[in-house]
Design a binder for this molecule. Structure first.
Ligand SMILES: NC(=O)c1ccc[n+]([C@@H]2O[C@H](COP(=O)([O-])OP(=O)(O)OC[C@H]3O[C@@H](n4cnc5c(N)ncnc54)[C@H](O)[C@@H]3O)[C@@H](O)[C@H]2O)c1
Ligand SMILES: O=P(O)(O)OC[C@H](O)CO
Length: 413
């Protein structure tokens, strides 16, 4: 098996989610399963939140003899097109749409989580005890998990809920461009647990080494140390390391850099969505590119400050400027992302952004609106709203207590 060595078993892949980005990533993963038959099993499962859809007349898969509503999973498996969330893109035939999330993940050794962030907790709760205990995860979710205990990365929340190790993937990746195989870059962040890597990383020191259940000390992003019991990946499988993750996600049109900074990659992916709303609003006002650049400048500073203040124990500040997940994602999101576009339309049409989201996105979900509310709840609790004037302005505009016209004076304070 080339430089990765020879192993008795192959990884079984499952993608949890099948929206716009979920389907685009599932396409990549299925293409790479086919390209790397020594590492990955051929059939890739993709969980589809089942719904009835009508195939649009514009689709090459439209059948006039069968125009009525049909199950989305059946349409995907028959036509190899996700006609609702990624129309016009041919999916690999080894990608199997599965309406049961439990069935989709049951044999999966590598699970890729790719859902709008509001649905992830419930989905993980449903999967507790129903996955392989030695599975490993990657979260492609752009959002943060804010609850009573504070703020957490979704990779941590998924890992804690399911008892597995989970890394993250994020980058300047507008799904339709990636799915249409236009060149882009991404960042995959993975800090392998000690038993999966040859050398333990500084933050993770094994404290015992039973044969297959290893307890190690884990410092979470808030700096808190806890003891985690993690089931070792059986030695029959290729270790889930940076080389295997590159084989899983890298395509000729999708260039992957694998790094260790899970916090930096996750935090920038979540926070840039707040900034993209502000960029859309000022663009909708007709204020031009200079105004948008000003919002992006302040937004980037607040992203870096947020990472430094709340995730300093593990974050690598270089991620914000050197990786696709940082400033590059901010730029693409403020250029043509859904948060940007819906915010812009909401000013131009003088309509609430929720109405634009419903009218324009055909079931796709904005992440910036909810993230702005969640981040504000967290900042308010810390008494730090004033230290993040742009994030706070975005929240106040959403709740209706501030106007877009007030952004310049508010962020100058
Ligand atoms: N779309 C992009 O361009 C893009 C790019 C990079 C990252 N992301 C991130 O990827 C994540 C997933 O986004 P997406 O674009 O795949 O989703 P999406 O915006 O297309 O959302 C639609 C998906 O949500 C599902 N859904 C609706 N109700 C549900 C429920 N109750 N339970 C479970 N699922 C439900 C739908 O079935 C559908 O699969 C987000 O965090 C997003 O920020 C998106
Ligand atoms: O369309 P958005 O605003 O959800 O952004 C999409 C991606 O995150 C861009 O990298």
């Amino acid at each position: 098996m080339g430089s990765l060595g020879t192993f008795q078993r192959k990884h079984k892949l499952a993608v949890v989610g099948s929206g716009n980005w979920g389907t685009a990533i599932a396409k990549i993963v299925a293409e790479n399963a086919a390209s790397n038959p020594d590492i990955f099993e051929q059939t890739v499962e993709m969980w589809v939140f089942e719904e009835n859809v009508e195939i649009p007349k514009t689709s090459q898969n439209y059948d006039p003899s069968n125009p009525g509503p049909q199950k989305l999973t059946e349409v995907i498996n028959r036509t190899h097109e996700n006609v609702k969330y990624l129309p016009g893109v041919q999916l690999p035939t080894n990608l199997h749409a599965n309406p049961s999330v439990e069935d989709a993940v049951k044999d999966g050794t590598i699970l890729v989580f790719n859902l709008p962030h509001q649905f992830i907790l419930k989905t993980c709760e449903q999967l507790k005890g129903k996955i392989l205990p030695f599975a490993r995860g990657i979260s492609c979710i752009k959002g943060v998990d804010v609850n009573e205990s504070g703020i957490h990365l979704f990779s941590e929340t998924i890992g804690r809920t399911l008892g597995i190790y989970c890394g993250a993937l994020s980058g300047a990746n507008i799904a339709n461009e990636v799915a249409n195989e236009k060149w882009s870059e991404t960042s995959v962040a993975y800090d392998p647990p000690p038993m999966d890597s040859k050398a333990p990383t500084p933050q993770r020191t094994p404290t015992s080494s039973q044969i297959d259940l290893v307890q190690f000390e884990h410092k979470d992003t808030s700096g808190q140390l806890s003891k985690i019991k993690l089931k070792a990946l059986p030695s029959e499988y290729p270790p889930v390391d940076h080389a295997v993750l590159k084989a899983l996600f890298h395509r000729p049109y999708f260039h992957v850099r694998v790094v260790h900074d899970v916090a930096g990659v996750s935090i920038s992916g979540a926070l840039k969505n707040i900034v993209a709303l502000a960029a859309g609003w000022v663009d909708g006002m007709g204020w031009g590119d200079n105004a948008k650049a000003a919002v992006m400048r302040v937004g980037l500073l607040e992203m870096v400050k947020f990472g430094d203040k709340f995730f300093s124990a593990t974050i690598d500040q270089r991620t914000f400027t050197e990786e696709s997940a940082g400033v590059a994602d901010l730029i693409t999101s403020c250029g043509g992302g859904r948060n940007f576009r819906c915010a812009k339309h909401s000013v131009e049409r003088n309509q609430p952004i929720e109405e634009i989201e419903k009218a324009e996105l055909n079931g796709q979900k904005l992440q910036g609106t909810l993230t702005a509310v969640e981040v504000n709840r967290f900042l308010k609790k810390q008494g730090l709203e004033d230290e993040f004037p742009l994030f706070t302005a975005v929240y106040r505009i959403l709740e209706g207590s501030m106007s877009v016209a007030e952004i310049p004076s508010h962020i100058e304070r």
